[in-house]
Write a protein that binds this ligand. Structure first.
Ligand code: ATP
Ligand code: MG
Length: 262
């Protein structure tokens, strides 16, 4: 059974897609066969990994609105990763889902039809509390929340925590908070340091140790259609995403072991 990780925060532009793409690529590079699922109609994760969202045979749209098994594209140029891309049709899926029964479970049902070949599934979410985001959280074992250390970061996070609790109560009691990851960190500013302290105080157990610094290499990699471990393997961004990935693998493994003991 794969570990399913949804990268989510209702706030826009906090590094969800960058984290989902680079986590998936790093999991693959470390030898874990991983499926990246793009649930955002913006299709940023799809293009960041070098696939044109305008020219697709199969996508998350079909996965959500049909009963066919999802058709993932194996990405030959990167190690151990497949992609279930987003197409622009995905925006229309929201409306079609409104007519389905148990519409919150459409992605979960679809992923259950995949061949059992993946170690990890990483899902990228849109920046909203839409039915697509709810589907992404309901389908997951884990939610990873990227946050930028800036003004009002904590307010946004408490809204996200309420959302997770609501999903746990209504649809998916087993959803677990994997952690909060600080992205685009700029340690030179007092504000960033201050917000980081607040985050540590508010989430002592859940703030992940690895932080992702702001870096030009990370922001330019998507325009080359490459995850950072392939675009610039020796960069700080590459090292930090590999380190974050090892930390995440450790959290998942610990939980699996604890469950085996119970
Ligand atoms: P949306 O809510 O629109 O889906 P998002 O949360 O997925 O946004 P990203 O697209 O990952 O956020 O990042 C927003 C912008 O910041 C992008 O242009 C991205 O390239 C850039 N970015 C992300 N992480 C970093 C970083 N560590 N250093 C520099 N730029 C970054
Ligand atoms: Mg995004």
């Amino acid at each position: 059974m794969p570990q399913i990780i949804t990268v989510s925060n209702q706030k826009g532009g906090v590094g969800k897609t960058t984290t989902a793409v680079n986590l998936a690529a790093a999991l693959g590079a470390l030898g874990h066969f991983t499926l990246l699922v793009d649930m955002d109609p913006q299709a940023n994760a799809t293009s960041a990994i070098g696939v044109d969202p305008n020219n697709l045979e199969a996508s998350t749209y079909e996965a959500l609105v049909t009963d066919d098994p999802p058709k993932a594209h194996v990405l030959q140029e990167f190690k151990n990763i497949a992609l279930l891309p987003a197409s622009i049709d995905l925006a229309g899926a929201e409306i079609e889902l409104l007519e389905q029964e148990e519409r919150e479970f459409a992605l979960k049902r679809s992923l259950a039809r995949l061949d059992d070949i993946y170690d990890y599934i990483v899902i990228d979410c849109p920046p909203s509390l839409s039915v697509l985001t709810i589907n992404s959280l309901v389908a997951a074992d884990w939610v990873l929340v990227p946050v930028q250390a800036e003004y009002l970061a904590l307010e946004g996070l408490s809204r996200m925590m309420l959302m997770i609790q609501r999903i746990q109560k209504r649809y998916q009691a087993d959803l677990k908070l994997l952690g909060i990851v600080t992205t685009m960190f700029d340690g030179r500013t007092n504000l960033a340091q201050q917000v980081l302290e607040e985050l540590r105080r508010a989430f002592p157990e859940k703030l992940l140790k690895t932080m992702i610094n702001r870096s030009v290499r990370l922001s330019e990699a998507p325009s080359f259609g490459k995850p950072i471990v392939y675009y610039d393997p020796r960069s700080t961004g590459s090292e930090q995403y590999l380190e974050l990935t090892r930390e995440i693998i450790h959290v998942c493994d610990e939980e699996t072991r604890a469950r085996a003991r119970a």
